[in-house]
Design a protein around this ligand. Sequence first.
Ligand code: HEM
Length: 415
Amino acid sequence: MATLARTADLPLEVLDIGNPHLWTDYTNVLPYFAQLRAAGPVHYCPESIYGPYWSVVTHQHIMEVEGRPDIFSSSWDKGGITIADRPEDRLEEPELPMFIAMDRPQHTGQRRTVSPAFTPAEMARQNQDIRRRTTELLDSLPEGETFDWVDKVSIELTTGMLAILFDFPWEDRRLLTKWSDAAVDFESIEDPEKNKARWEILFEMAGYFTNLWAERANKEPRPDLISMMIHSDATKNMTPQEYMGNLVLLIVGGNDTTRNTMTGSAMVQSLYPENWSKMMADPSLISNGVSELIRWQTPLAHMRRTALVDSEVAGRTIRAGEKLIMWYLSANRDESIFPDGNVWNPLRENARRHLSFGFGIHRCVGARLAELQLGILLEEMQKRKMRVEVMGPPTRVYSSFVHGYRSLPVVMRRG
Ligand code: HEM
């Protein structure tokens, strides 16, 4: 497996940790973050493909920024939630406003609309179905031959979950994967031709969902997310763009993140076999093991905020209009909170303090659902005495936002 040794030295003043090229190779990323943390909580990068930005790299200071949403905005019209700005020459492209990229008060109403789909009671209702789908999938996996864990397990389970949440036609569920991948395809966003093709895919999604919307608008309310949005006061008068934006949010939120954590579960079995064996020997560790997995993977490496007024973070002056990147991946390796943080350890006492779900008013709505799906996957693997061996290096996503994998060759064994 890849070591964490740094392969190149760059002075911190010119280090552009957001450059996606660093993230496909990856050997550099974690050591650079350690260097940044040692040098201070907040750093300025004057020049990058995404323009100038501030990096916030410590646990304490990310919580501080997230705790001041009236100063540090998430709003799409200020720049949104990722490091990439909307390029000047593409301002005519359709905008997809979603409530993760809105400030109060608009954010509050729209968030409230979908929250009922994620209550503990709803989770209890979903439990049996998730377990059934997980066990069927695990029992269908080939034994002793190489297959791609991302495609066969992570994508299949998370896409199936979304199809259920939306009550989406089951036979078309892989469209959800295609759309989710297109929405966060940072590589295509950089190339005008590829970006055009990317928008074609998003328009296909828009057409499909518009039909589903029309179909359900005249029916009685049901507990699926589309019906909930149609019948709620806060969302029923949304513009088509807002409607589409929020669907993309739920698809990407629910798909990529849990998918990449599931792939992380295969990675840690190979990287930390002894720690994995401890959890398999004692299923009461699974719940904490899941939190630790979400910490270790940190499937969204960052969220971005834009300063609305001049302010200070850790003694540095941030000017109105400047962007701050809150590196969750770094906060989750912060030595002052998580000693030996590069290691996945299901016995870590404070694993739940991770910031992978963010913090404050935007903290992930789907956190419980993600934990439920991951917990069931690990429990069912434990019952089956399944073990996954990684057969080669993963192919990583070209992005400093989605921290994940395109493919991971594995062999599965039992006993
Ligand atoms: C391991 C899995 C997941 C991770 C790591 C994750 C991470 C995040 C993060 C970092 C945020 C933004 C927090 C902030 O700005 O402070 C967020 C928000 C959100 N997530 Fe998740 N997420 C996961 C799973 C899910 C699932 C399964 C769903 C739904 C099906 C979901 C739906 C959302 C939504 C709707 C928001 C917006 C909340 C708001 O702005 O108020 N997420 N998530």
